[in-house]
Design a protein around this ligand. Structure first.
Ligand SMILES: [Zn+2]
Length: 500
């Protein structure tokens, strides 16, 4: 890569990270996995380090993502809620340890100890207590200014309104929803036909950042406290002491905190957390390695964005080898025929995977998949498992090529791939696709010319069982249509006169 290419790539990465950060932090609707986002940030960080002439203080590598949502009071954090430096390998953790030991030597500190903790996948918040009484709580926001969510935090049962000592203290914690509560919550939403949350983190963030605390009250929010931001009239030597104090005060402290004296112990702790990850009742997105000695932390200080005394280790997505036993085709409601991989069952990231989507014909061609192949599958957190690649060295010559069918496996009608589309669709009228196709035609310009009622809206109406036939379109209520995800409100306003 030359300088011009690097400049261009940096520009592209900045735009992308800005876009995805907004989806993640401000709209609580992530469009890509955390891992993909982390990889983008890593590439950007690497390029900026290599080409410092293109450094920009507005780059997301230099600041914390997230803004204050309209409607909330702003809270300026007296002590910033910093983010952490991510690392993706144990070598980088070793380098961190090296840096810490060198700095310790320079400053006459004999001992370097660490605490390794789970990095809870939720939303960071600061809780302020005056004379032991909870007075204010705020989201992290951009790290310097957050949103006042005091009333919402008061609905979180594990936040003590009164702590033991009558002191002034500000603590930091991570608001989250447990795996079990998240599943139940989404199940209920599904039953009610409400939009599902993408993951527990979004559910927690969306619930905490509600303008109406009555809504927050119905959400199973929990919190783990992991830091003293500020305290008056007390001094601690170590972070571990702080955590013990917080526990005695009645706080719900992060339950996984492993004190370590050597880099070997640190690496073991990281591995241990990785192994227990699936069994934990809450979701994590890594392990944090923190210097324990608080005086040493002060000496180390911070960069503009992150403290120098900690790193966040991000676990790679788990990969496993298995056999692609067969490829079968499923016909969706819209007639799209989707190839599915039937796999020799294998346990990846805590769940047993026996099948996964192959998306479409192009995906199969691009990966050069054959039935009988040994494949690598990958799963990261709550992301759908995917086939990463074929282990071609394990081919025996007995593998079979797969071709998409030219007949629909459900109704036997012709299946065609329309120009410009990756999907193959069934053309049959006696197929599950029938109703959808009929409806699309019915509302089209050629037929009833119902303005604004597009394919997306019809799909959603069908998915949510709001219509079962053509006549049902006329019994839809304004509320039905306004509740749609796809331009529902706009269409409802337009069609209000048409239907009532
Ligand atoms: Zn069909």
């Amino acid at each position: 890569m030359n300088e011009t290419q690097a400049k261009e790539r940096i520009k592209v990465l900045r735009e992308k990270t800005e876009y995805y950060a907004q989806k993640y932090y401000d709209e609580d609707k992530p469009e890509i996995s955390d891992f993909e986002y982390d990889m983008m940030m890593l590439e950007l960080r690497t390029l900026e380090a290599k080409y410092p002439q293109f450094m920009d203080k507005n780059s997301l590598t230099q600041k914390v993502g997230g803004h204050v949502k309209e409607g909330f009071q702003k809270v300026t954090h007296e002590v910033p809620l910093q983010s952490l430096q991510d690392v993706f390998s144990l070598e980088e953790v070793e380098e961190f340890d090296q840096r810490m030991r060198e700095k310790a030597k320079e400053n006459g500190i004999d001992e370097v100890k660490y605490v390794v903790e789970t990095k809870i996948d939720g939303l960071s918040a600061a809780l302020e207590y005056e004379q032991g009484q909870f007075v204010r709580g705020a989201t992290r926001g951009n790290g310097l200014v957050g949103e006042d969510v005091t009333e919402n935090l008061k609905t979180v049962k594990t936040i003590p309104m009164q702590i033991k000592d009558k002191i002034n203290i500000t603590v930091r914690g991570e608001v989250f929803i447990s795996k079990k509560d998240f599943e139940e919550m989404n199940k209920k939403r599904e039953e009610k036909g409400e939009e599902l949350f993408a993951n527990a983190r979004n559910a927690a963030a969306g619930s905490l950042r509600q303008l109406d605390s009555n809504i927050t009250k119905t959400r199973p929010l929990d919190i783990y406290i992991f830091n003293v931001q500020k305290i008056e009239g007390k001094n601690f030597n170590s972070h571990f002491e702080e955590l013990e104090y917080l526990e005695k005060q009645g706080f719900n402290v992060n339950p996984v905190k492993i004190p370590c004296s050597t880099i070997e112990e640190v690496k073991k702790a990281i591995e241990k957390i990785g192994e227990m990850r699936e069994e934990l009742t809450f979701g994590i997105d890594g392990a944090v390695v923190k210097v324990d000695n608080l005086k040493f932390r002060e000496i180390l200080g911070s960069t503009v964005k992150v403290p120098r005394w900690a790193v966040a280790y991000k676990y790679p997505p788990e990969r496993k080898e298995t056999i692609l036993k067969d490829i079968v085709c499923q016909v969706g409601r819209t007639g799209v025929i989707t190839p599915m991989a039937i796999l020799e069952p294998v346990k990846v990231a805590g769940s047993t995977i026996s099948k996964t989507t192959l998306h479409n014909e192009d995906f199969i061609k691009e990966k050069d998949l054959k039935i009988g192949d040994t494949v690598i599958i990958q799963k990261a957190g709550d992301v759908i498992p995917e086939i990463v690649e074929v282990v071609k060295s394990k081919r025996t010559g007995k593998e079979k090529n797969f071709a998409m069918p030219n007949k629909c496996p459900v109704c036997g009608a012709d299946a065609v791939r329309e120009e410009g589309e990756a999907a193959i669709r069934c053309t049959g009228i006696e197929c599950p696709a029938k109703l959808f196709r009929n409806l699309v035609h019915f509302v089209s310009r050629e037929a009833m010319n119902i303005d604004g009622l597009g394919e997306n809206i019809i799909q959603e109406l069908l998915d949510r069982n709001l219509i079962k036939n053509i006549a049902d379109i006329y019994s839809l209520t304004f509320e039905d249509i306004a509740s749609l995800k796809k331009n529902g409100k706009k269409f409802a306003r337009k069609s209000n006169k048409q239907y009532q």
